[in-house]
Design a protein around this ligand. Structure first.
Ligand code: ZN
Length: 281
């Protein structure tokens, strides 16, 4: 049975803590993540070797890498944070403390469903403190990078429209639009896996950048076809792009806006999040 909130209006934290172990995509080393309930509004990280030092996430910590979003927290790196942050904010969690051993969040199957399953097991409770305010637009925001564009206009609810266009037959042009709610996030976005291209993966492997393997945690495309089908949705790639956008929005909160994104990337999302930060301050 569906056990997540109806909307993003209230403050929520976990009922109990979640512990998850997995292999880091980049390092190939086992990493451990503990997600703890907290009444401190927002999302916070700590490292198990210095558990008493807790850092709130902030857009200025983001360092973009070709494959994932990496944070630089007080000189220490945490890679591949986007799917975990998307899972938390997507289901309506507004207060959480993430403690990690190692410097990478496990990619698991490349989607958000493993985190959703854990969240469903422990359940959620209302926080005793109010959530951070969500960005509310008074006028449209526009950010572009080359031909990539993100455009947002004020709206009562959060609506996302994603568009991608790849010169590969297997992907081609895809569009997906959704009115975001915890239920829609879990059913329509969370299962969509990250995707990559066979030639790029081989290069990254040679460069020692993906020691943790890739076929288990990404959909891999060789141009005309998928190396490891079946797909979970015919337009799984564009849905995954929206999953990444939601994860990158965790740094500022889910805006009350209609957002259109063409050829999104972590660097485009991050610049957009920085613009939303200005709306908040
Ligand atoms: Zn992703």
């Amino acid at each position: 049975m569906f056990s997540f909130p109806d909307n993003y209006e209230q403050g929520w934290t976990l009922r109990n803590e979640i512990q998850k172990e997995g292999i880091g995509l980049h390092t190939g080393i086992k990493c451990n993540v503990t997600i703890k309930p907290t009444n401190l509004p927002g999302f916070h990280f700590s490292f198990s070797e210095e558990a008493d030092k807790v850092f709130s996430i902030d857009i200025s910590q983001v360092r973009n890498t070709p494959l994932c979003t990496t944070l630089d927290i007080n000189g220490k790196k945490i890679s591949t944070v986007e799917h975990l942050l998307a899972s938390l904010i997507g289901v309506g969690v507004t207060h959480a403390h993430i403690e990690i051993t190692g410097n990478e969040i496990p990619l698991l199957d490349g989607s958000a469903i493993c985190w959703i399953a854990e969240l469903e097991k422990v359940g959620m409770v209302n926080s005793t403190t109010a959530p951070k305010p969500r960005p509310e637009l008074t006028s449209p925001i526009f950010v572009n990078k080359g031909e990539s564009v993100i455009f947002a206009q004020p709206s009562k609810n959060l609506k996302l429209i994603g568009l991608i266009d790849f010169p590969y037959k297997a992907i081609g042009q895809q569009m997906f639009s959704i009115e975001l709610s915890p239920k829609n996030f879990v059913n329509e976005i969370a299962p969509a896996r990250t995707f990559g291209f066979l030639d790029q993966l081989e290069e990254l492997k040679k460069a020692g950048l993906i020691k943790g393997g890739a076929l288990e945690n990404a959909l891999v495309c060789d141009g005309d076809s998928w190396v490891n089908p079946p797909l979970r949705y015919s337009n799984e790639p564009v849905r995954h792009k929206l999953l990444d956008l939601i994860g990158d929005l965790a740094f500022v909160g889910l805006p009350k806006a209609q957002i259109f994104v063409y050829k999104g990337s972590h660097s485009l999302h991050t610049e957009f999040a920085a613009s939303l930060q200005k709306v908040l301050t």
